[in-house]
Design a protein around this ligand. Structure first.
Ligand code: PLP
Length: 357
């Protein structure tokens, strides 16, 4: 069988065993003859799925007691607004960095709720690097940053505690890819479809103590406190997305958890960046010390080679490496479920291309 090497930036590749189990559950799940997606979300088996999904998320991320997990709808894009709604008090403010399209969207949404100070930006250099984090005014409720910039292929290499205020992060495209210390965080959110599961749900990890302090009257669905009080079942949850995310997280746990996947992700990133740097036909997009382990962005030095290179990788079964329309070039997304073997295939295509050009 012809093997596809799926480098899609999102929705992402999922482990074959997860796809198998999820598709079987759509036909019939458990022992009552019903499909997972045609039964009550209040039924005992699905409540157990939600509970396990929340618990395994907390366990894999190594989050302490003060955090609670929610699986909601609206994606990370609604998270931009929800975050500000729940954490910026009436008349208050927050600090943000502008490191790419998603970070800029987060800033735009937060401006509905408070005075937003942009304390760092890499916009002028085409978002090809992570800007320096300054110490921010202590009046700010939090410092928000995007841990991994999916489109531009940059990633924070350390937790920017220099900001000096509690942190809030959009971790959509590198959640569950590496260990991190949760101590400075108030809230973390991540759309599931980049590294945890299919599209349709967004995960929030929220410090319970941080809620209920804004003095705002928050609309119910946007109020994280409402969702917490209902154990993430305020309304009908996206059952299929949450179930499949749970299967993916079980897969990750069986593999050895985040320690194990971090080592694999490092090996994949080293392989592809090694080839980008060695091969004179290609050049990396992001500055070396800002390079993402999840999304490697690169370009052909000579655009005249484009058609031939595109044919070469397609021929090898490589899929999804066209860069985002806003920057062009190529982007190899190497999420958790992508095997090292697929990266090896892409690196070999690049090597072989150099030999034949
Ligand atoms: C994809 C992405 C988003 C948008 O996620 P949606 O779930 O589609 O709203 C936000 N932030 C980052 C970092 C992303 O990669």
């Amino acid at each position: 069988m012809f093997k596809i090497h799926n480098f899609s930036a999102g929705p992402c590749i999922l482990p074959p065993e997860v796809l198998k189990e999820a598709s079987e559950a759509v036909k019939s799940w458990g022992n009552n003859g019903l499909s997972l997606i045609e039964m009550s979300h209040r039924s005992k088996p699905f409540v157990a799925v939600m509970e396990e999904a929340r618990a395994i998320t907390k366990e894999l991320l190594g989050l302490p007691e003060r955090f609670e997990i929610l699986y909601l709808q609206g994606g990370a894009s609604l998270g931009f607004l929800t975050t500000a709604y729940n954490l910026i008090p009436e008349g208050g403010s927050a600090a943000y960095t502008d490191t790419g399209t998603w970070a800029a969207n987060a800033i735009k949404e937060a401006r509905h709720l408070g005075d937003i100070e942009v304390v760092g930006s890499s916009k002028d250099s085409g978002y090809n690097a992570i800007p320096h984090t300054p110490s921010v005014d202590s009046k700010h409720s939090y410092f928000h940053y995007t841990t991994n910039n999916t489109i531009f292929g940059t990633q924070y290499k350390h937790i920017p505690t220099e900001a000096g205020v509690p942190l809030v992060a959009d971790m959509s495209s590198d959640i569950m890819s590496k260990k991190f210390d949760s101590t400075p965080f108030k809230l973390i959110y991540a759309g599931a479809q980049k590294n945890m599961g299919p599209a349709g749900t967004v995960m929030y990890a929220i410090d319970k103590e941080a809620l209920g302090k804004t003095g705002r009257n928050i609309p119910s669905y946007l109020d994280l406190g409402v969702h917490l009080s209902k154990d993430s079942m305020f309304n009908t949850p996206p059952v299929f997305s949450i179930f499949t995310t749970l299967l993916t997280l079980r897969w990750l746990k069986n593999l050895g958890g985040i320690d194990a996947i971090e080592a694999r992700n490092k090996a994949k990133a080293e392989l592809i960046y090694g080839e980008i740097d060695r091969n004179e036909l290609f050049t990396g997009y992001a500055e070396t010390n800002s390079r993402s382990t999840m999304n490697a962005t690169f370009q052909l030095v000579d655009d005249n080679h484009k058609e031939k290179f595109n044919a070469a990788w397609a021929e090898a079964g490589v899929s999804g490496i066209n860069g985002h329309r806003s920057i062009g070039g190529y982007r190899a997304s190497m999420y958790n479920a992508l095997p090292l073997e697929s990266v090896k295939v892409l690196a070999d295509v690049m090597k072989e291309f150099e030999r034949t050009i």
